[in-house]
Write a protein that binds this ligand. Structure first.
Ligand SMILES: NC(=O)c1ccc[n+]([C@@H]2O[C@H](COP(=O)([O-])OP(=O)(O)OC[C@H]3O[C@@H](n4cnc5c(N)ncnc54)[C@H](O)[C@@H]3O)[C@@H](O)[C@H]2O)c1
Length: 442
């Protein structure tokens, strides 16, 4: 089948590669000329395990192409996927300018029936806006062409995106027309071999399902962070509490890790956007606002621990920092807790020696001229000359360090762990002072 995907970022590129892998002919379109040029030169602009091999294989087979030619893009696919960004606007709402620009481009260029499939995360009612935009362009061109708009939100996780796309938990198809449900089911058939994962529903419910999923996951995280802060006040250990509640199958072990707060391109903006949509609809979404507020506070907790340890005297301190991406296995630093912590350390006069296995280029892009930042070659290199270590992202390579070496290297022999990677007793046995999240200290 022939597909066009608008937007070649984390979602669009993964979808393009996976759809091509199944034998479809995919054209990926992006307005970012530099990105398309890099892709055409065989360079993958993002870090996503397994993606490079998929792209390489399918480009070679002629099933995957990248273009900035919008006419070619609209002409190519019966299916026109929208996978562009929906960043937060100043008031927290989802900014639809990229989504509507794609709708306009489709309406301006289509010469035949098209199914427009929205994969971007968009507020309820966006499909109507996309429809109106395409219809107005067709009216302007005096071309009475048929088209359908479908909501097909994406649930992949950065860092595991290929696996998630190839074996999705569910494929949500929101349509107002049985014909498009069937066309979408046919397209997704290869992803359904094991069992049918398609859940079809009306468009508005599909749009809301995506926000509901992210808001639920964000709520679990903020809940555990709130409990972790309470555990500190009460002298309890949140790690025992976590195991204790996770054993209840109604709660489960997933997504109840306390930490330095959630980040990334989805949870923060989606919780905010849903709260804003609620308020626009005359509903005060108190729980969602609290989830967001708890998370913002949590992102400052690690820094507060550093500051308290040093009695507010951070000027001239050198802090090693492990982990810049918002979670392991990605280079994405959007809304990452590391940014809040580094910026607070700089404001307090400390210097940061940072290392991340994948996000160094992103850190250089964001903070290249920040004189308080030294980007280091390795986790070990980051420790060189440092007084303390702060761990922000739970990359596997940080899980089992040489504790004796840490004690010897760190000037003040102190570790601040935003991901609870180590046992406090192990740290104590090695003579290291250890601050974790929700494990006893305030
Ligand atoms: N990143 C994730 O893990 C994830 C998961 C599920 C859903 N989503 C949602 O999917 C959408 C895309 O997210 P992403 O992380 O891939 O974003 P991204 O920022 O990585 O990529 C978006 C791409 O769209 C391109 N673009 C912007 N305007 C365009 C236009 N008019 N025509 C063509 N391309 C255009 C940009 O240049 C960029 O390359 C968002 O709505 C996001 O919330 C993201």
């Amino acid at each position: 089948m022939r597909l066009t995907i608008f937007g070649s970022g984390y979602v669009g590129l993964v979808q393009g590669a996976c759809m091509a892998e199944m034998g479809n002919h995919v054209v990926c379109y992006d307005i970012d000329e530099d990105k398309i040029e890099r892709l055409n030169n065989g360079e993958i602009p993002i870090y996503e395990p397994g993606l490079e091999a998929y792209v390489e294989r399918n480009v070679e087979a002629g099933r995957l192409e990248f273009t900035t030619d919008v006419k070619k893009a609209v002409d190519h696919g019966l299916y026109q996927f929208i996978a562009v960004g929906t960043p937060p606007d100043e008031d927290g709402s989802a900014d639809l300018k990229h989504v509507l620009a794609v709708a306009r481009a489709i309406g301006e260029n289509m010469d035949d029936y098209r199914i427009v499939v929205d994969k971007s995360t968009v507020p309820v009612g966006t499909a109507d806006k996309v429809k109106a935009e395409i219809a107005s362009q067709l009216a302007r061109r005096k071309l009475p062409l048929e088209f359908d708009v479908v909501s097909n939100p994406e649930f992949l996780k950065e860092g595991a995106a290929i696996g998630d796309f190839m074996k999705p938990d569910r494929i949500i198809i929101g349509t107002d027309n049985p014909r498009t449900t069937e066309l979408l089911k046919t397209l997704y058939e290869p992803f359904n071999r094991n069992h049918d994962r398609v859940i079809s529903m009306d468009i508005r419910s599909a749009e809301l399902t995506k926000y509901a999923a992210n808001a639920m996951l964000a709520t679990k995280i903020s809940f555990m962070n709130e409990l972790a802060n309470l555990a500190e006040k009460f002298g309890a250990d949140i790690e025992h509490v976590r195991i204790g509640i996770g054993s209840d199958p109604r709660i489960g072990y997933h997504f109840i890790y306390p930490g330095a707060g959630y980040g990334g391109s989805c949870f923060p903006k989606d919780v905010q956007a849903l709260a804003k949509s609620a308020s626009d609809a005359g509903y005060d979404a108190e729980l969602l606002k609290a989830v967001e507020a708890v998370n913002l506070r949590q992102k400052t907790r690690l820094f507060e621990k550093v500051q308290a340890h040093y009695g507010g005297e951070l000027k001239g301190k050198i802090i090693a920092l492990w982990g810049l991406s918002f979670k392991p296995n990605t280079d994405d630093m959007r809304a990452a807790p590391s940014r809040v912590i580094m910026e607070s350390l700089w404001d307090a006069g400390a210097k940061v020696r940072a290392y991340d296995p994948a996000a160094m280029h992103e850190a250089r892009r964001l903070y290249g001229d920040q004189h308080g930042l030294e980007l280091c070659e390795s986790a070990l290199d980051a420790l060189d000359g440092a007084d303390a270590l702060v761990i922000v992202t739970e990359w596997q390579e940080f899980r089992s360090p040489d504790f004796a070496m840490l004690k010897e290297t760190l000037g003040d022999a102190v570790v601040f762990d935003g991901r609870n990677l180590y046992e406090p007793s192990t740290m104590e046995a090695h003579g290291l002072q250890y601050y974790a999240i929700g494990r006893g200290q305030t």
